[in-house]
Write a protein that binds this ligand. Sequence first.
Ligand code: SF4
Length: 309
Amino acid sequence: MNNTELVAQINRLKKEKNAIIMAHYYTRPEVQDIADFVGDSLALAQVAAKTDADIILFAGVNFMAETAKVLSPQKKVLIPAPEASCSLADSCPAEEFEKFVKQYPDHIVVSYVNTSVGVKAVTDIVCTSSNAVKVINSIPADKPIIFGPDRNLGNYINTVTGRNMKVWDGCCHVHEKFSVERITELKKENPEAKVVAHPECKKSVLNLADFVGSTAAILDYVKKNESKEFIVATEVGILHKMQEECSEKRFIPAPPEDDKCGCNNCDYMKMVTLENIFETLKNETPEVILSDEIIEKAKLPIIRMLEIF
Ligand code: SF4
């Protein structure tokens, strides 16, 4: 089937099965175009909690589909690319994180949503890059905090809030690899361009940025800012939405340190295709299956986050 036929078949199946497709900003353009909702982790978690659909097909990496299942345990949650992992989530194995947490029993444990359900199960409050600063500021100043798994986001929050959180030493291979030298060159070549960066980037990259924020916050910034050019230091998939919403502006993807690594492109997110969405919806498999026990444990810190906002 060509893409037009696939899109028609996917739309037919969605209607027949009362299914919705949720897609992350970093997925392929054609996947974002077929989705009912495109967003960042927080928006997708909130939609998952509210939808009346019988089936949620999650176009993203597996921790996102797990999170949707935790919030909608009675629904069938399908994941077209179950092998789509996340280097950040993988940098924080649940057993190791639990040992780390046990070393500091008086600490509040805050975890970024990019974690497995096992990590969420030993977490007090989940956060996203959109709300991380607010979540930390909601915790009394005298309470010590453990933050995991992203060291760059954790250190950025420490700087912004003045806290001294104990930060797990994990990172995302995409955001870690943006090149300071090449962004500096791009700034010289495009002196009018504003640099926007995700807080998962290294501090040396954040120091070059005119704006630091979550993917959704960056999108909002480029829409409202009067500048016509932006150098974008986050996963390149977001440029599709930026160009769609701001056709008169120019977006320049920030380059990685090594072109061969293709590191401004998350290979995991690109594993979701129209073909595997069609097959998954047709066969209603692969499905995310989690035990009731892990759902209950992982749900609490997510609910606490949603209650803060
Ligand atoms: S961009 Fe990084 S944090 Fe996001 S899914 Fe890919 S590997 Fe994980």
